[in-house]
Write a protein that binds this ligand. Structure first.
Ligand code: G1P
Length: 293
């Protein structure tokens, strides 16, 4: 029987040091791109891919994330009283009724592999998705995870979302080597976490989208500390690859690294231009502004 992806894990315990001081008191996943927090975009991408259970691996100072997805009785009452029905509808639609959220704490910051392993009791013995909300992917309709789920439905194995990056930037990513099996899909030959450009096997980088079989949990358990002294998901995937097929998938779309100030700003500009309410006004402003640079 073929298996379906119904659960997604969001590792959101990170401190967001690259975005300080904005993230001193605010969870980095709650920073807005135009008018929605990053985590909302990530959850919407998961919903579009058919995910029904959102599993957040949280940490200290992240209470705003469960708050965001909770029903807000006071706010809804106020909006109802003042007749703001459109706002009320938008608020109620943030999470469709068939979708549920679960929260589990990562009590120590031991790395991405460790964070994913924290979700094991909630994931169980099923294949699942992992989304890193920092990596926002604009796709013009077919979400990145949805594209990957389509490949999973056919192949029933672990799949990593990848993209070609500037060869000088390999030290920021998990880097893979693969054998192409079609224009976007490759069979993984090797994977290494944050190699320096001189030793990187390619410039094909893993972005924050994964579909993993539950066998990954055993591999994480036997993965020692790797790059940066952390338990790396990349190292567990390297071990998984020895037992099972792992695929890479070059997604259609544009990624913004919202954990960096520049990427965050780019995402705000691009999503501002696409926004139904302010897009045309913002575009006119930008055109005028650029003439005066
Ligand atoms: C993590 C992963 C890395 C991946 C990257 C994508 O790194 O460890 O393999 O390429 O996410 O954003 P981080 O950015 O958390 O250091």
């Amino acid at each position: 029987m073929s298996r379906k992806i119904t659960k997604a894990v969001f590792p959101v315990a990170g401190l967001g040091t690259r975005s300080l001081p904005a993230t001193k008191a605010v969870a980095k996943e709650m920073l807005p791109i135009v008018d929605k927090p990053l985590i909302q975009y990530a959850v919407e991408e998961a919903i579009a891919a058919g995910v029904e259970t959102m599993i957040f691996v949280t940490g200290r100072n992240k209470n705003s994330i469960p708050d965001h997805f909770d029903k807000s009785y006071e706010l809804e009452k106020e909006l109802e009283k003042s007749g703001k029905t459109e706002l009320l509808k938008m608020l109620r639609g943030l999470l469709p009724p068939h979708v549920s959220c679960a929260f589990i704490r990562q009590t120590e910051a031991l790395g991405l592999g460790h964070a994913v392993h924290c979700a094991k009791p909630l994931v169980g013995d099923e294949p699942f998705a992992v989304i890193l909300p920092d990596d926002m992917i604009e796709d013009g309709g077919r979400g990145c995870l949805q594209q990957m789920v389509e490949v999973f439905d056919d192949q029933q194995c672990s799949i990593l979302g990848v993209e070609r990056v500037d060869p000088k930037e390999t030290h920021k990513y998990g880097i893979v080597e693969h054998n192409e099996i079609s224009s976007r899909v490759g069979r993984l030959q090797s994977i290494v976490e944050k190699p320096r450009p001189e030793v990187a096997p390619s410039n094909i980088a893993v972005v924050g989208r994964y579909i993993l079989t539950p066998a990954i949990f055993k591999k994480i358990e036997t993965t020692g500390r790797g790059a940066g002294g952390e338990i790396q998901l990349t190292d567990a995937i390297a071990a998984l690859m020895q037992d099972e097929q792992v695929l890479s998938y070059e997604f259609e779309g544009r990624r913004y690294d919202c954990g960096s100030k520049f990427g965050f700003l780019l995402a705000n500009v691009e999503y501002g231009l696409l926004h139904p309410e302010i897009g045309s006004e913002f575009s006119a402003y930008l055109k005028q502004r650029c003439e005066n640079l």
